[in-house]
Design a protein around this ligand. Sequence first.
Ligand code: CAA
Ligand code: NAI
Length: 725
Amino acid sequence: MAATRRLSHTVAVITINHPPVNALSSSVRHAIVKEFGEATKDPSVKAIVLAGANGKFSAGADIREFATSALKTVSLEDINATIEASRKPVVAAIEGVALGGGLELALACHFRVASAQSRVGLPEVLIGILPAAGGTQRLPRLIGVPAALDVIVRGRHVPATEALQIGIVDEVVQGNVVNAAIQLARTVIGTDLGKRRLSTNFVPSNPNMESFLDTTAEKAKKQFRGAQAPLACIEAVRASVQKPYQHGIEKEKQLFLSLWATGQPQAQQYAFFSERNVGKWTHPSGGRWDTIAPKPVRTAAVIGLGTMGRGIAISLARANIPVIALEQDASQLEFGKKAVNALLEREAEKLIKQGLTPAASLASVRFTLDFTELCDVDFVIEAVYENMELKKEIFRKLASVCKPDAFLCTNTSGLDIDEIASVTKHPHLVIGTHFFSPANIMRLLEVVRGHHTSLMTIATAMTLGKTLGKVAVLVGNCPLFVGNRLLGPYLEQANYLLEEGCNPEDVDRALEDFGFAMGPFRMMDLAGLDVGWRSRMEKGLTGNKVPEGTPARQRHGNRYSPVADMLCELGRFGQKAGKGWYQYEKPGGRFAQPDPWVKDFLQKYRDTHQIKPRPSNPELILERCLYALINEGFRVLEDGIASGPEDIDVIYNNGYGWPKHRGGPMYYASTVGVAKVLDVLDQYHKENPDVPSMKPAFLLKKLAAVGGPPIKEWRTQVGKLTNKL
Ligand code: CAA
Ligand code: NAI
């Protein structure tokens, strides 16, 4: 049964039961209508409690129904209107989550009691839509416009204690929430419910409200870069101010339909389900890790407390896993310890302010210089400098001091996992855990399987990723793995565009207008230009190692742009130097300003090499940079390094600032059409045969040849087509 009803003295308790998250599918909505109708009619029932089974109130509408006709049957807003109009008091007993339609249902109830661990919110904006069952109208009536916008536009999950402070719930309880709701229901039988019917109230307003809403919309335009849902949410809330409830409801409906027509909800909902599905697929090694029981990780160690090690140690401590942190010498250890403790203290203060108890304590991280202290840990993550010899030396030590069944992981950005594993006694227990910076904040984790990595090791690393609150994506072992590998051709094209006439800000603007959090040149300035320069030097691409007579445009027979190297030779390493592709207010400054010096430098470079500059063209910038990245994505699929297009999209959405409202690079390719991507790449490659990264991938050609099937069919197509490669 999608909903059940029982009687507790004079209170009917209706429990929604639709595992795993009590989504309000068509059958649930029908069941609520039936049970509520009968409870209303039953003269022995004096009040009603609405609750959710299995520790959750409800995660809202069933997102899978949006693309079907099921959504049209029994609207949630009609149910909400019936509940609100009830003459018998209705109390929502919120446990776990009340999100989206779940909270909208609770807002239609006359009272709300929440368990202390629960979270409430209207996160529809995160799946490209707006709360469309009265949420944008009832919430501002309850807590005022500014607080409602903060919750709705950011799609925040509000912890129960905060929900109580701002007035979303009436009571927060530590014990059994249904019992507390029944108790409250009994006390309000026969009382006046007038003000409790939110739709009948007016939204608190003031003469500055319109300009406040305008400013909020302007800020949202800048912050959300092309995403339409945040703006629609603001417009819907605007319609609640000094207008009858029904007016707002009509506006909600209209905005929902116009959002759907943009294609953004479909992209964001694809991204939502892709995140939940990564790792469920059979990967090219044949096995399915998710059918294997992971080993429990009770203790962990982190080697190296630099930029990455600190964040990793904090993530582990936050998940209540005691950590031993090891450094190479006393001063580095002290430095790392101070940084870790400061971050943990800051986090604890923030949580305490929100009325929450921090999971991680300073005591959960132990600091040491002694490898033998690692003899009992279950899971070790190495995060020392990116140097193969050093990493091998560390793994040799780990193999000799750790227990035989300890998992040994490396946080390398792209070194060969098999070579690292080769120095250990148990290569099947070695795996890559590629966190993103800052590791305590970024959600993405690439889990890199080596040739010998066992399914149990994969299962343990993937499960640990989830425990740390990360989106873990399993990838194969190749230079730079998936995310950084795709970045190569993208950055290459960005550099060529400078040679051909653009300035860094032109390229960044085009990609930021597309929705990227940061364009490629701002990103390189932030990461430090010297990182790539050093790696290019090692490959013999730059400086004195280039053979005499090599044309400026080529290295090893392929096109090469030396412009970034020339900047590095002048010490322009990016933000940390106060200058790079942009200029900054000081070394370490954060505000990138276009630099006339760079403009002049690029013009001189073009003059020297007799390049006739082309005017900047945003469409061309997008095609060149994005199709280069997408083409490499197809190669990654051909090579079996990612198991499907969704994996690549999840990596880009969560680790590289790709705009979620565009679904991810592979989803974007499917919306543009593989035939168009192929045409552009083909044309470019014919004109530039010395740029091998733009040679259309075999798989792209094959997909175009079979008519460019929808992305949900790519996975099977990839399997069929790659068998014939
Ligand atoms: N509809 C359909 N399926 C949903 C769902 C929803 N609203 N929410 C979660 N699920 C599914 C997931 O796809 C997943 O399915 P599988 O087991 O098949 O992979 C399963 O429920 C568990 O989800 P998670 O893996 O995400 O579990 P979690 O414990 O990590 O997180 C959660 C639980 C916080 C509820 C999270 O799933 C979530 O944020 N869900 C979306 C909430 C949301 O956006 N609600 C608004 C819906 S739209 C709406 O309500 C419109 C309206 O105005 C009426
Ligand atoms: P970092 O230079 O900030 O820190 C490295 C730390 O390792 C230093 O604190 C150093 O003292 C310590 N170390 C060196 N030798 C050691 C030894 N023998 N024993 C114990 N500790 C030792 O480097 P960062 O940036 O943290 O990178 C670490 C790893 O993470 C590298 O492999 C890097 O490629 C990878 N990575 C880096 C990212 C970044 O954005 N910085 C992102 C993802 C991965």
